[in-house]
Design a protein around this ligand. Structure first.
Ligand code: ATP
Ligand code: MG
Length: 295
């Protein structure tokens, strides 16, 4: 299966939330990584067919998703960002209701609800009202509803928001098992969530895809640009204003070890270190003021 974006642009007034995206997605997990406001949710909503692009089209196996209409929705699973659900519903009833909306009925609906509640660890609270759930529990219910119809296209917008570390791991393992014969699009700004999961990583910045490749290929971008250096603690704020700073580790005698992402060698004593995906994110999104860079 293949999803193809052709010249997708979404404007809000003069602002381009998505700016001329051309992209082809195949089976596997594709992570869409980007800072707040970079256009991830806008692109996900267009992919889910609930938001119209200003220009361009999205097609599934060569057919426009708009023309496919319900036959596209039937194979789609979507977890929106800030997933909201009816607080007076009991968890199980909510899933049955979602089944009805998705055209799943009878014994199969019951079976899928039971399986999904199990999968996200909500079986014991299935008869509790959603209003009494914690943020993480609601998010897990959102994940469950996105999977009810065994979707071949699964769109997840910040799926691990609010999940505790144990649930994050459970979710990651679940996706890993699911990812083989479907297209999964996973929007996030949490690099560690997708490091070992994504087959492909797209970095989105100001509405554009600025990098595209396997995690290994993206890491190549940062080779020779990640530095480690020991500096006096009192120097830190000056360095942070001037460079993209990653991990800072405490050292002895008022010194700290700083990880810096920079095109050129930031200090005489700095040494190159092996990049990770986090460094690539910093390379694109590290906040360095223009003035600081110039001097
Ligand atoms: N309905 C809207 N009306 C006006 N502007 C919007 C609307 N939705 C999004 N935007 C703008 O479009 C840009 C992209 O927003 P979007 O929500 O797609 O980003 P995002 O990458 O999902 O961010 P986040 O990480 O915070 O979820 C932002 O500048 C946002 O303010
Ligand atoms: Mg978003």
């Amino acid at each position: 299966m293949e999803i193809k974006y052709s010249e997708i642009t979404k404007k809000y007034g003069d602002k381009k939330a998505v700016d001329g995206v051309n992209l082809t997605l195949n089976n596997g997990v594709c992570a869409l990584l980007g800072a707040n406001g970079s256009g991830k949710t806008t692109l996900m909503r267009i992919t889910a067919g609930i938001l119209d692009a200003t220009e361009g089209s999205v097609s599934l196996d060569g057919r426009n998703i708009k023309a496919l209409d319900s036959s596209y929705r039937n194979i789609l699973g979507y977890l929106p960002q800030n997933f909201g659900c009816y607080k007076d519903f009991k968890a199980k009833d909510f899933l049955m209701y979602m089944c009805a909306l998705k055209g799943i009925d009878g014994d199969f609906a019951k079976k899928r609800c039971k399986e999904m509640l199990e999968e996200v660890g909500l079986t014991e609270v299935q008869n509790k009202k959603i209003g009494s759930f914690s943020g993480g529990m609601k998010q897990r219910l959102g994940i469950a509803q996105s999977l009810l119809n065994e979707p071949s296209v699964l769109i997840l917008d910040e799926p691990t928001a609010g999940l505790d570390p144990k649930e994050r791991i459970r979710f990651r393992n679940m996706l890993c098992a699911l990812s083989k014969e479907r297209i999964i699009i996973y929007a996030t700004h949490i690099v560690s969530d997708i490091t070992f999961l994504a087959d492909r990583v797209l970095i989105m910045k100001d509405g554009k895809i600025v990098a595209d490749g396997s995690p290994e290929e993206l890491i190549e971008i940062a080779v020779g640009k990640v530095w480690s250096v020991n500096v006096e603690r009192s120097e830190l704020s000056r360095i942070q204003a001037r460079y993209s700073v990653g991990t800072i580790k405490d050292g002895d005698n008022g010194f700290v070890n700083v990880r810096i992402v920079s095109e050129g060698k930031p200090f005489e004593e700095a040494v190159n270190v092996k990049p990770e995906l986090d460094d690539v994110y910093l390379y694109f999104f590290g906040e360095v003021s223009e003035d600081a860079e110039a001097d």
